[in-house]
Design a protein around this ligand. Structure first.
Ligand SMILES: C[S@@+](CC[C@H](N)C(=O)[O-])C[C@H]1O[C@@H](n2cnc3c(N)ncnc32)[C@H](O)[C@@H]1O
Length: 312
């Protein structure tokens, strides 16, 4: 498979010991509601079923399914598919034991699944299904489900509390990476020969001050984070040239990947018309008992996404 930037961005993300992409660290206080969502799916799943987690990342949902099944004395087999290069048993520090019980399929597109018809008793997806071409993904999911099998998809909602702040991040990252911006200035400083370092540092400090002056209150978290990383690197004059140069390139790469993931999130989030059209595609592919609702979670009832449930 070709590793285009959109796949590369996720591969990089999952290699960094992350369990969730859109739940942890996103201001979602109440994970209990998310656990309950997947617990109820397990409850409705017969013992000894085989389930598939579509666009699974490092298996956040698969892990929740298995944890719930074990708590209720059920045996489930879970396959988890993602088009990114994933290796959770290696990359997930705190969940490697349970990740080892999941059959992960890396570099696998959910719109062209390598499974026979009627293989699975259920399919799930958490902020993943909507990233794939919808018609093909719907057709594939219904093809690999057994008659009577059920599915539950949590889909990005265009108005959800998750989408706007993440999309806003693209603007901040674009500013950080702009020509003549802070990241370029940091790169120049970190790769300057000794006789040019003082001037490069002065330029970097000036750009830093200009950037911060644009914010009357606290600058956004991503800007604080990058400025913190730059300042740490500046202080490490003991580092070898090659290490400093690599750190500068890594910082740029990480920011580009982050912006790419946010662009994908913005494109994947569906409004009311788009979710209706996804519902139509699922029905055309053979889904029945389709129920599409808005999912609100936590004590403040924040809109998390669309919940799409149905059967084959
Ligand atoms: C927002 S993440 C969600 C991951 C996981 N379900 C979770 O909740 O943490 C979206 C995932 O969709 C994957 N993805 C995007 N398009 C895909 C496709 N066509 N086939 C398989 N995976 C895809 C990405 O690689 C990424 O891991």
């Amino acid at each position: 498979m070709k590793h285009e930037p959109e796949i590369e961005a996720w591969s990089r993300y999952w290699a960094a010991n992350r369990l969730d992409s859109c739940i942890s660290g996103q201001g979602i206080e109440d994970e209990a509601d998310i656990n309950a969502l997947w617990a109820s799916f397990v409850q409705d799943t017969p013992d000894n079923s085989r389930l598939i987690d579509l666009a699974a990342g490092n298996g956040a949902v698969s892990i929740r399914l298995l944890t719930q099944a074990q708590a209720h004395g059920k045996t489930l087999a879970v396959d988890a598919v993602d088009q990114a290069i994933i290796d959770p048993a290696r990359h997930l520090k705190n969940h490697s034991a349970i990740a080892a019980q999941i059959m992960f399929h890396a570099e696998t597109d959910i719109s062209a699944l390598p499974f026979k018809e009627a293989t699975f008793d259920g399919a799930v997806s958490q902020f993943g299904f909507e990233y794939a071409p919808q018609k093909a993904a719907a057709k594939e999911m219904l093809r690999i489900l057994k008659p009577g099998a059920h599915f539950q998809l949590l889909i990005h909602h265009a108005n959800s509390a998750l989408v706007a702040p993440n999309v806003q991040k693209i603007t901040y990252i674009t500013g950080l990476l702009a020509k003549g911006g802070p990241v370029e200035a940091a790169h120049t400083y970190l790769t300057s020969p000794p006789d040019k370092q003082a001037a490069a540092l002065e330029a970097l400090e000036q750009i830093g001050q200009q950037t911060l002056a644009a914010y009357s209150a606290q600058p956004p978290a991503i800007i604080q984070e990058i400025f913190g990383a730059i300042s740490q690197l500046v202080q490490r004059s003991d580092l070898r040239f090659s290490v400093r140069a690599k750190a500068a390139v890594d910082m740029e790469g990480r920011l580009r990947a982050e912006a790419e993931r946010m662009r994908q999130l913005a494109a994947a989030a569906l409004d009311a018309d788009q979710i209706r059209s996804l519902g139509d595609r699922l029905s055309q592919a053979g889904a029945t008992e389709l129920a599409i609702t808005e999912l609100y979670i936590g004590t403040d009832k924040a809109l998390l996404g669309w919940l799409v449930c149905g059967k084959k």
